[in-house]
Design a protein around this ligand. Structure first.
Ligand code: LER
Ligand code: MN
Length: 276
């Protein structure tokens, strides 16, 4: 199993400090925040080689209320700007040798749709279809992420993600499931794995309160057992965040927790998969 961790969760810490810590802790890879990848591509590429720490992929940047980052915006001029911005993120993924870009079909933090009926869905489908051509050209995957209802509209569950990916119907468009969001939206932790296993590239993990695995209420054992039973071979990416309000702001009063969560979560994963 390959283990990775999201760089955005370390808040304002410098990317070189984060990469050195992630390597020292024993991770194989890091999932870089897209805005950091764009700004620090040379530094990240150099450190990735120097530290022998892979870039698993990029966490896409589409923070609401930035209409020009919203792939499902009702205003086609804003939507076109979002498509152009995501093309830049695809380019950055390829530049720093990531394998995927995580894409939320509507902006992150936008919990209500803008159009009627299936309009928002169709806008998002059209945007991701356009992006899939470029992803194919540079050889990366676009990974559609279902987020809970308080963070996103359009794709909230594994069922939604499956329908979205099947409608795009492109070999480079896949999905991920995130235990933190699943805990809010799914009926259990096992059936979503079964629903998307054939299009599942990566898994994001954190406990129910986004603390390290074991510090919340999620029963991870059945989830991990099902991943193993169905021979999941992708990357497992830790996405905990320091405790405190505002889910979209990583930097909190007590950032020391994130380093503890990173260490504890990796130990929990290695014990669960018995490959340490
Ligand atoms: C991104 O991977 C994610 O899970 C979102 O909740 C980030 O805010
Ligand atoms: Mn996630």
């Amino acid at each position: 199993m390959e283990y990775s961790i999201c760089s955005w969760t370390f808040g304002n810490a410098a990317i070189d400090k984060v990469m050195r810590f992630v390597k020292k802790t024993g991770y194989d890879a890091i999932e870089i925040q897209a805005s950091q990848a764009i700004q620090y591509s040379k530094l990240i590429t150099r450190l990735s080689k120097e530290l022998d720490l892979k870039v698993s992929g990029l966490t896409g940047d589409a923070d609401w209320p930035n209409e020009h980052k919203d792939l499902a915006n009702r205003n086609h001029l804003e939507r076109n700007k979002a498509i152009e911005y995501f093309k830049k993120q695809i380019q950055a993924t390829s530049l720093i040798q990531g394998k995927y870009l995580v894409v939320c079909p509507s902006a992150v933090g936008k919990s209500a749709q803008m159009g009627q009926g299936s309009e928002d869905w169709n806008w998002a489908i059209d945007s991701v279809c356009q992006l899939s051509k470029m992803a194919d050209q540079v050889g990366i995957e676009l990974i559609i992420e279902p987020l809970n209802r308080y963070e996103s509209c359009i794709v909230n569950t594994a069922d939604d993600a499956r329908r979205f990916v099947k409608e795009i119907n492109h070999p480079k468009v896949k999905t991920l499931i995130d235990t933190y969001h699943m805990n809010i939206e799914e009926v259990d932790m096992v059936s979503p794995v079964q629903k998307v296993i054939d299009i599942l590239s990566i898994v994001h993990v954190a406990d129910s309160n986004r603390r390290s695995l074991g510090r919340g209420q999620i029963a991870f054992a059945p989830f991990f057992t099902e991943l193993q039973r169905l021979k999941f071979k992708g990357t497992i990416v830790v996405e905990c965040s320091a405790p405190g309000a505002d889910p979209f702001l990583a930097e909190k009063d007590n950032m020391d927790w994130i380093y503890t969560y990173a260490e504890e979560s990796l130990a929990f994963l290695k014990k669960s998969f018995e490959d340490n």
